[in-house]
Ligand binder design. Structure first.
Ligand SMILES: O=C(O)CCC(=O)C(=O)O
Ligand SMILES: [Fe+2]
Length: 385
């Protein structure tokens, strides 16, 4: 298997991938050549860690790659300065500390700076409903991350949240990617569970997957696009610093919606005893004449749905409210100009069935604030003739 490599790619060419192919792509170094970070963070033979000192006060998530915790490495929040001290002492040796999910651009903006002092979002990735919406929240949030770590540090096998995309530009060093096509995910399932995957692809005999998985070496300056639903693992072959955004466009709203509903029913199964308890209590308090949709029945159901939503939010970062608010916000305020996104008709056609599906659900009846957001979406995308 090989990956498509492009020296340059226009949005029109790339959109074919978003809409139809859903394949990994590597874009050549010209995309990142003029970014400030490209000249600032590179030295002849490694990272310019001194150039990161100006961000030393940023709080960052650090994975300790020698301590596994469930499906991730043990994580802590530290000041970047402390980690730079440790890396400088190690002098580029194999280390353990991997700075991940560092919201560098957001923190810089909070200090009065701008993202383009580090990098500019490539045109092909500007139709991003996730960060565009998250930045409008109070306080603002985003899915823009910087990753930095010595050789040997890695990100275990995962799929990005609800099957969203990601792109990653390597500024310093080389990364190795294992990209697993969705139809081959099952090769990496553990024996004990039908849902869990192995932690590290290298646990599975290579003969079983070598002709099915894309193994890609990404060089400094290159950008990789990770398609929706592809599990992946990433290893730093040298000391690497990369710019990364987890993102989603209208093309994958149906996928995200269905993955969200799948996670939602898993949460419901996991806490089904809570549902029974709430139901019993409501029955005790109700008059025998109470019918469906009275105050009593709605209030226990509301309590139930709220509990499910808060667990989803804790687990994945967002639930139904996050999804529908994102859709409404991006329909009202598209993230980029018309030449860098699909036509309104395409977008509306993708969203319409989701509205129709959601209107059949109890949450639409019981959660009034959510119903208002979905009604707004319906008024923009229209209903099917
Ligand atoms: O670079 C890494 O370690 C992980 C990147 C990743 O998982 C992604 O871009 O989706
Ligand atoms: Fe990822």
């Amino acid at each position: 298997m090989t990956i498509g490599r492009h020296e340059n790619i226009t949005y029109a060419e790339f959109e074919h991938n978003l809409a139809d192919l859903n394949e990994p792509v590597i874009v050549g170094v010209s995309l990142t050549a003029s970014w400030p970070c490209t000249s600032e963070w590179r030295l002849a033979n490694g990272p310019n860690l001194a150039a990161l000192r100006r961000y030393g006060h940023h709080s960052v998530q650090v994975a300790n790659c020698s301590v596994r915790q469930f499906n991730e490495f043990e994580r802590s929040e530290r000041k970047l300065d402390e980690i730079l001290d440790i890396w400088e002492r190690e002098e580029g040796q194999n280390g353990r500390l991997y700075v991940k999910d560092w919201h560098q651009a957001l923190l810089l903006e909070q200090d009065g700076g701008r993202q383009d002092q580090i990098y500019t979002t490539p045109d092909i990735f500007k139709d991003d409903w996730m960060t565009h919406h998250a930045l409008s929240l109070a306080p603002p949030d985003d899915y823009r991350f910087t990753y930095a770590g010595p050789p040997g540090t890695f990100t275990p096998v995962h799929r990005d949240v609800y099957g969203s995309y990601s792109w990653s530009s390597n500024i310093v060093g080389r990364k190795r990617w294992w990209l697993i096509p969705p139809e081959h995910t099952q090769l990496f399932r553990t024996r004990s569970s039908k849902d869990d995957l192995v932690f590290d692809v290298r646990e599975v005999d290579e003969a079983l997957w070598e002709d099915k998985v894309l193994v890609v070496e990404q060089h400094a300056g290159e950008t990789i696009f990770v398609p929706s639903g592809w599990h992946h693992q990433v290893e730093n072959m040298d000391f690497c610093i990369s710019i990364n955004q987890n993102f989603a466009s209208s093309h994958i709203m149906p996928t995200i919606y269905h993955n969200l509903l799948h996670s939602l029913s898993r949460v419901e199964d996991a806490i089904s005893d809570v549902k029974e308890l709430l139901q019993e209590q409501a029955l005790k308090n109700a008059e025998p004449s109470d019918a469906e949709n009275t105050e009593e029945t709605l209030s226990w159901e509301k309590e139930w749905f709220e509990q499910v939503q808060s667990l989803l939010e804790m687990d994945a970062g967002w639930g139904l409210r996050g999804f529908w608010s994102m859709v409404a916000y991006n329909l009202r305020n598209p993230p980029t100009n018309a030449s860098l996104r699909p036509s309104d008709e395409y977008v509306f056609t993708n969203i319409r069935p989701l509205v129709e599906d959601f209107k059949q659900r109890r949450e639409y009846v019981v959660l009034a604030d959510l119903a208002r957001i979905v009604d707004e979406v319906a008024s923009i995308v229209g209903t099917r003739p």
